[in-house]
Write a protein that binds this ligand. Structure first.
Ligand code: ZN
Length: 148
């Protein structure tokens, strides 16, 4: 039976046996788990990070972005969790599924690339610093101190 709503439950550890209709959220371990909302009994684990799923807490309700696409399971369910409501996607063709998966993957790569670029830029600044005479380095440190 398809569910139309899910209740968040904040836990430290996600229990081994999950109850249907509950989204277990461990902020400590940055992960959320629930049983597939179609009722098939499959466990859906969604890591919480800017590159995976983002959890939005609004009062008593939670939302997960992006959507949950259980294409590795027989049921092929696809739904959104928005403010504790489950909105079901229409059944998608293989081609449409591939497109959504590609988009999610591209989002993830885009994020990782942005983080790496930031790291590279910082590394470049640090390398340049090492090559400069002491006084200039000191000056740059001061500037950075005030700019931060
Ligand atoms: Zn399912």
């Amino acid at each position: 039976m398809r569910l139309n709503s899910i209740q968040p439950e904040f836990v430290e550890f996600v229990p081994k046996v999950l109850e249907p209709g509950i989204l277990y959220i461990s902020q400590k371990y940055k992960t959320a788990s629930h049983l597939c909302a179609c009722g098939c009994g499959e466990k859906v684990v969604t890591p919480l990070s800017p590159a995976d799923w983002r959890l939005e807490i609004d009062g008593e309700t939670v939302s997960l972005h992006p959507s949950i696409g259980n294409w590795n399971y027989a049921c092929q369910s696809h739904y959104w969790i928005r403010r504790n409501r489950i909105s079901w996607s229409y059944a998608m063709t293989k081609q449409q599924i591939a497109r959504v998966q590609a988009r999610d993957q591209a989002d993830k790569e885009h994020y990782i690339a942005a983080v790496n670029k930031q790291k590279d830029e910082l590394a470049a600044i640090n390398t340049t610093m090492e090559q400069k005479p002491f006084l200039i380095r000191l000056w740059q440190k001061l500037i950075r101190f005030f700019v931060q």
